[in-house]
Design a binder for this molecule. Sequence first.
Ligand SMILES: [Fe+2]
Length: 365
Amino acid sequence: MIKNIKFSSTELNVKFINNFEDNYPIIWLRDHAKDEISWDDRSSQRKIFTAGLDESLHIKKTSIVENGKYLDILWSDLERPTRYSYEFLFGNSLNKENKNRNIKTWKNNDTTKDVYIDYDITTSKEGFKKFLQKLYNWGFCVITNCKTEMKSVETIANKIGYVRQSIFGGLWSFQSDENMADSAYTQEELRPHTDSTYSNDAPGLQLLLCCEYNAKGGESIMVDGFKIAETIKKENKEIYEILSNIEVPGNYIGDGVFLEARRPIFKMNSDNELIQVSFNNYDRADFRLKNDLMIKFYEAIKRFDLIANSKDFQWRHILKPGELLIFNNWRILHGRGEFKGIRKMSGCYINKEDFDSVCKLNKIY
Ligand SMILES: [Fe+2]
């Protein structure tokens, strides 16, 4: 709730009941006005021509409304007061604790049965929300008792967003195939990696449904990339900096395409928060740094990859027919143990922004 306000010609000072305090620039408040002249409620789009605001713009009057739930501001260029909610002001405060998105990073020992959910549960609104919450918290989730057909993948994908088209098509189905160019089709152990380091917009989610399993081995491996980052940050700042700053190129050459992209293994946003982990030793493209930095880079990826391949950090599980593994490809590294026999899988990718969208709509974060 809003406790107190005062304003000058350039700023509005707001004191909140929980003792937070912030100064909001006048131009920012006017630009964020949600009255009918400045804002289109139906499209959630700004109508105001921000660049055209008068330089003499100022606050004429303010009042706290409904015991601090709202703040009304009468602007010099508007006839009626504009209302700002406590949630809006507090949510945009620079002084509050850093946005904690409540992600709990994990090692193998931390994982529980909570990573599973029955398909039937996900069909209700509440159940679907529960599923999203698990997927968001752990970075992955297994949906059990799905029908062992490609259609199940599509149905689940369409509830979240939509199937992404890529060089592998939209929905895919595969079993070990030595004729394909990609390492994913072999029966050898597939070490933990993220997909599409060669894409500027790597898929946000990957879905993998086990349709048939008549084999030995072939566990699915999940590793929390955010936990690796946390671990390295604690143990060696220099390695952390290298992994956060050196842009590593990845490429995909074959099947009629030549794709290439580059980004740091730990990608940060402008607030220095980790937003994406990308690591794929298979797809790393040729690149060269100055010799001393190059050597440090190899030390850094050695540490990263040894952690990723340590059983302490790995959740391992043999997917049974009807189990669909879904994971956040911007956070979780995936792999697969060596196997002998037949293992048929179906799957697809979903864009990161569509995963974010469904999480926001369901108030997951
Ligand atoms: Fe992969």
